[in-house]
Design a protein around this ligand. Sequence first.
Ligand code: C2O
Ligand code: CU
Length: 562
Amino acid sequence: MKKILSIAIVLIATSTLTAQIQNPLLIPPTLAGANYNLIVDYDSLEVFPGVYTQTAGVNGAILGPTLIINKGDVVTMNVENRLTDTTTMHWHGVHLPSAMDGGPHSKIYPNTTWSPTWTAMDRASTMWYHPHLHHKTYKHVMMGVSGLIINRDTTETGLTLPRTYGIDDVPLILQTKVMDANYQIDSDMMNSAMDTLFLANATRNAYFDAPAQVVRFRILNGSPMRVYNLGLSNGNDFWVIGSDGGLLSAPVQMNRLLMAPGERYEILVDLSGMQGQNISILNYGTGIPSSTYGAGSMMGGGAIQNYNNNPLNGADFTMLSLNVVAQTSNPITTIPATLVSINPYSQTNIDENRQFNFTSTGGQSGPFLINGNTFNLSQVNHVIPLNNKEIWSFTNQTPIAHPFHIHDVQFNILEINGAAPPLHMQGWKDILLIPGHQGSAKFITKFEDFADANVPFMYHCHMLEHEDEGMMGQFTVVDDVSTEVETLETEIFSIYPNPANDKIQVKLKHSKSQEIQIIDVKGELMFKGILTEMISTIDVSKLSNGVYFIKVESVTTKFIKQ
Ligand code: C2O
Ligand code: CU
């Protein structure tokens, strides 16, 4: 008993002592060019003075380098996994083929390297990368694995914007960690412990020497669960210039900015004439809407365990303190009037409307279901024809807000709770925070460029506990073959038509009495029979639309039911 008491006193003494000490904001190094070598490994970091915290990072103790990618370049990532766990690496927001996307299917086993390659097609924007292995995403991100991507294009470089990395163009990754009594990261979400430690770029009590001019922050909410409400300590406004997928049409002057897990916003802060002053970027937690993780009031059943014991919830706290220092040479001192032209998708000629409903099996702590389903790695929830323009509508019947994220595409928000989105959400987005308690939202998007019937893209809640517990689904994008019906030929049989709707005709080329199997993309046997004639007809009307494999003897071919 005595011993426990003295340890407690030491802990308290250490935390009051260190509370005042500020640490320079870590600026992740950059990587650019055609080839990016990324080594994911364990390490340790002195987060608290004199104590080493076990971490994981990319090419370093925690986080990873900022990848600078120019539109049009062909890039190759060599991701080497030195963890003892299998992992994946997902390029969040990037438009690329599903096989390169790094979702839960693209496993990187320990001591192996995965080398996806693609042509950069994204607009100038701030994106990020993080592991995405099912059931392990929370753990690997909590341990420290994530990094920023800066996409550049010639439209953005033609604008008068701050662009000197780490000087007036500052990466800012907002994250919280769950810590145990020994200052170690508790990466097991099943412990239901709270994220009580806030870090800016993995730095505790961070400060940054910001020049007395217009400074751009590329902000990522990389937290597993927490929503932030940004504002400046001096009450000044700032300007939002970009959202997840690119710049806005014009800067939007704001005083507070709500950011959900996974979201990025680029902002401009005007520090002109403020040399010598100190201002802070705060989380105004008191202003976070109730039933949103981070709010003081959660309102609703099935409360999150330990939520009310977390001092960060509903609290106003400093995220980054800015010491305003001398101007750089050639400072940017004005906020541009306009930025880029945005052509949002028009709501004419919609190919498909899809409806998603969130429910909970346990109030605010979940697990949560999408359309009654929990994630199944071997079930494709939607098969989407290439070039489909779709409206996705959401209703949230759970008592907590969820940030919905979709891979492959950027979207335009049409509505949140029946109203048009605020101006700073009228650009390109890949995350949409859907309010709790019967909240609703809609977006419009188009599935272009990449079709692959075998490797699905994901959609999910970006609160990583929710995602790992199964609040996720998957879709494939398939080439729209409806115009050309063809015969599938193999050495021993042929099938007509393909795609098929009701019936297929199977013609054997050599001998009859062969076994036929129809297998779905998850490997499940949907039909089995013996072909007793050289020409047989099989009813496929009961199969749901999608891709199937037909196997006769040892020969397998792919066919599409539509
Ligand atoms: Cu940032 Cu599917 O993830
Ligand atoms: Cu969620």
